[in-house]
Design a binder for this molecule. Structure first.
Ligand code: ZN
Length: 214
């Protein structure tokens, strides 16, 4: 069941108060809500009076028990409001914490594709390095978009300031290698806690692998 609450949002542009639906609980089994996570419209707010658009991110829990994962979107990780969520999560479910709507979408795409997100982050770092070297620019805004084992491709999108998104794919073999690395580190995919698994996690994993090699 989806959980919905109504909140009055005041338009920062024209000042009108608009009753707006928020979704603290998002089940994957609701195709409309899942679609709005994937097209990123769920966290955009448009003023019906003046057309002003803004991002509207709030704590919510996306759950897909069939595929064995939940993702908690918490824009303020220092003050998590998870205890407000009244939902029973089955044992063995992968639990993740993210801070951005784009990251929530990315986790859904990764887990629906049956991939290991830590291995995806490690593969992402490798592609990120290539892209950054080529552009002579740095970014932390990088997301998994798709994988196709038959075509032997894994694709990411990178966002550089003031530029069009850059889609870059590489061989799926890279993922197989990073997955082997993650398995070697005995990464606890279904930990008891909500884990943040992102580029920072991948960097720490690389350090762990390097220090082992010394
Ligand atoms: Zn307005």
């Amino acid at each position: 069941m989806a959980t919905c609450l109504k909140k009055e949002i005041r338009c920062p542009s024209c000042g009108v108060a608009v009753e707006t639906k928020l979704w603290p609980g998002i089940p994957a089994s609701d195709p409309a809500l899942r679609g709005r996570v994937l097209d990123e419209s769920l966290f955009y707010w448009t003023c019906p009076e003046c057309g002003y658009e803004m991002q509207l991110i709030y704590p919510c829990l996306y759950h897909d028990f069939d595929k064995g994962f939940v993702v908690f979107l918490e824009p303020n990780p220092k003050e998590p409001s998870l205890q407000k969520q009244e939902i029973t999560i089955p044992a063995g479910t992968k639990k993740r914490m993210v801070t951005r709507g784009e990251e929530l979408k990315e986790k859904v795409l990764i887990f629906e594709a049956g991939l290991n997100d830590a291995a995806v982050e490690l593969a992402k770092i490798a592609v990120l390095k290539v892209v950054e070297d080529r552009r002579q620019l740095e970014t932390n805004l990088a997301y998994f978009t798709r994988a196709d084992e038959e075509k032997d491709e894994i694709e990411f999108v990178f966002f550089f300031e003031d530029e069009e998104p850059l889609y870059e794919h590489t061989r799926f073999e890279l993922y197989r290698q990073t997955k082997a690395m993650v398995d070697g580190l005995k990464f606890q995919e279904a930990s008891r806690d909500f884990l943040s698994v992102n580029l920072e996690t991948a960097r720490l994993m690389l350090e762990a692998v390097r220090s082992r090699g010394k």
